[in-house]
Design a protein around this ligand. Sequence first.
Ligand code: ADP
Ligand code: 5GP
Length: 193
Amino acid sequence: MSKVIIFCAPSGSGKSTIINSLMPRKELNLAFSVSATTRAPRGQERHGVEYLFLTPEEFRAHIAANDFIEYEEVYTDRYYGTLKAQVEKQLEAGENVIFDVDVHGGMRLKEYFGERALSLFIQPPSIEELRRRLEGRATDAPEVIRQRLDRAAYELSFAPRFDRIVVNEDLENAKKEAYNVITEFLKCPLTQS
Ligand code: ADP
Ligand code: 5GP
C-alpha cells in the first residue's frame, strides 16, 4: 500500500533542497502532492502541476462541501489546502505522496493518515543560520524575510510533535538522513492494511 510523507519546516530550512534531492530516486516512487491555493501562479507554474489555482469562491465552495483534508490561511488572504480527491487519486496510482505544508497542515495530515504517514520536521541549526540562508537565497525582500523569521520561531515549537526531526546543518548529511528515514518507513508493513 502506498504511503504518505509529510515535510514541514520554517521557510529557509532547506526543505525544498532536500525534497528535490529525493524526488528523482526511483526506488522511493514519490509523487508530489498537488495542493489547492488561491494565490496567483508564479513564473512557469501550471494549474494541476504545482498547484490547483482556485478563486476564493471556488476554494470556499470546496470548504463548504467538506472536500479538504485540511486547509489553512497561511498568509493573509492566501489559502492553501489538501483536497481528499486529489490525494486519493495519487495514492490509488500506487505512488508515495510527499507533502510540503505548514505545521498546522502537517499535524492534521498526520492525524488523518495515521500510521500510513511519516511526518518529518526539517530543523535549521539556529534562527541566525536561517536568516543567513534566507538572505543568501536572495528571493525575498527584507520585510518578507523578517515575517518569515517571526513565523519560524513559532513553527520551531512544533518540532517535538513530529515523528522525526532532521537537523539540516550539513546538507549532505541531512539528505542522507532523510533518505534513510524514508526508506526505513516505506519498508515497514502497516499493522492495519
Ligand atoms: P525551504 O524550502 O525550506 O524554504 P530552501 O531549500 O530554499 O529552503 O533553502 C534555503 C537556502 O538555504 C537555499 O539557498 C539553499 O541552497 C540553502 N541551504 C539549504 N541547506 C543548507 C545547508 N545545510 N547549509 C547551507 N545552506 C543551505
Ligand atoms: P508557496 O506560496 O511558497 O508555494 O507556499 C507557501 C506555504 O504554503 C509553504 O510553507 C507551504 O508549506 C504551504 N502549503 C502549500 N500547500 C499547502 C497545503 O495544502 N496545506 C497547507 N496547510 N499548507 C500548504
